[in-house]
Ligand binder design. Structure first.
Ligand code: FMN
Length: 294
């Protein structure tokens, strides 16, 4: 101590002030660095890659915990699979015929108001309900609208948003890409077609006791189901227009009284084509361009 007093008298007399100053300086540096970092926007969804990983992790959850109760009954019966194998020639014929049928499917933007029996629509939706889904969560709701007043309200919401989309949100490239298809913000078909089918994905489910249930891969499950829905519409001899109205989801969800766990994914007018309906003459990529054989 003597030695320190003799050689570093300043340090000995003022060490409490020096220590306090050093601590304050360090705190100021930390605060300054934090202020420079961009804030984390909690309202933004996680990066898509991260979402995929989360989905994967959830689907690999450790179920060895005895408290974890499966969503399906744990003692679900496993039954013999009913299957009748076609002769190979039949399979070849069926695959060719089905391709020929599906190759005639087109997106139609001009509808006839001719009525369609409801039973056909029910069968179409039953067919979509046969789609596979992550852990058999069946994360979909199909809202079928035939009420003219509700169709008019849907059109009002969609056109209001689509006008802004075309004018401001989409940008010149997107608008230019849509020009050859001749689509714009006016959506007459929403009131002309006898039915509108709105496909909602259930982002999560709610169990009987009110707990949230994870809907694994709900996006992919609903996309597959939508493909089956479109196929069923075409197979029934009806036409449709696949549309994903930008920014209309929340307004339509509220209009239709759907719960918060449901998000609009597709809006499909369904019916017969107008007599003078036209479609753009679009080529489809040949097999060699869409398939890689290894
Ligand atoms: C996810 C998705 C969204 C689409 N959104 C619209 C749309 O908002 N408006 C529209 O007129 N067509 C829309 N289409 C239809 C496409 O333009 C159409 O499928 C494409 O031009 C090919 O024509 P095709 O279906 O007759 O083979 C959409 C298609 C898909 C798959």
């Amino acid at each position: 101590m003597e030695f320190l007093h003799e050689n570093l008298p300043f340090l000995c007399d003022y060490w409490p002030f020096i220590l306090t100053g050093a601590v304050c300086l360090m705190a100021a540096i930390v605060l300054f660095k934090t202020a420079l970092e961009p804030p984390v926007d909690e309202s933004l969804p996680p990066e898509p890659d991260l979402l995929d990983e989360l989905d994967e992790l959830e689907s690999m959850e450790d179920d060895s915990n005895p408290d974890v109760v499966p969503a399906l009954p744990a003692d679900i019966k496993h039954i013999p699979f009913q299957f009748s194998r076609f002769p190979i020639e039949d399979s070849q014929k069926r695959s060719q015929e089905f391709y020929d049928l599906m190759n005639k499917r087109r997106t139609v933007r001009f509808f006839s108001p001719d009525p369609v029996p409801k039973e056909i629509i029910y069968n179409i939706i039953r067919t979509a309900g046969t789609a596979p889904s992550g852990a058999h969560t069946e994360p979909w709701t199909y809202v079928v609208i035939s009420d003219p007043d509700i169709k008019a309200k849907v059109r009002e919401i969609v056109e209001q948003e689509e006008k802004i989309n075309y004018d401001r949100r989409m940008g010149p490239q997107w608008v230019a890409d849509l020009k050859p298809i001749k689509t714009d913000w006016v959506k007459e078909y929403l009131t002309t077609a006898p039915y509108l089918i709105l496909v909602f994905k259930q982002v999560y489910g709610i169990s009987e006791n009110g707990e949230r249930r994870t809907h694994y891969y709900n996006e992919m499950s609903v996309a597959i189901a939508a493909g089956i829905l479109l196929t069923a519409i075409h197979n029934a001899g009806l036409v449709s227009l696949t549309s994903t109205p930008l920014n209309c989801g929340p307004g339509l969800r509220v209009l239709l009284g759907r719960p918060k766990n449901e998000k609009l994914t597709l809006l499909l007018p369904v019916g017969y084509p107008a007599e003078d309906a036209t479609v753009p003459d679009l080529p489809r990529k040949p097999l060699e361009e869409i398939m890689v054989e290894i």
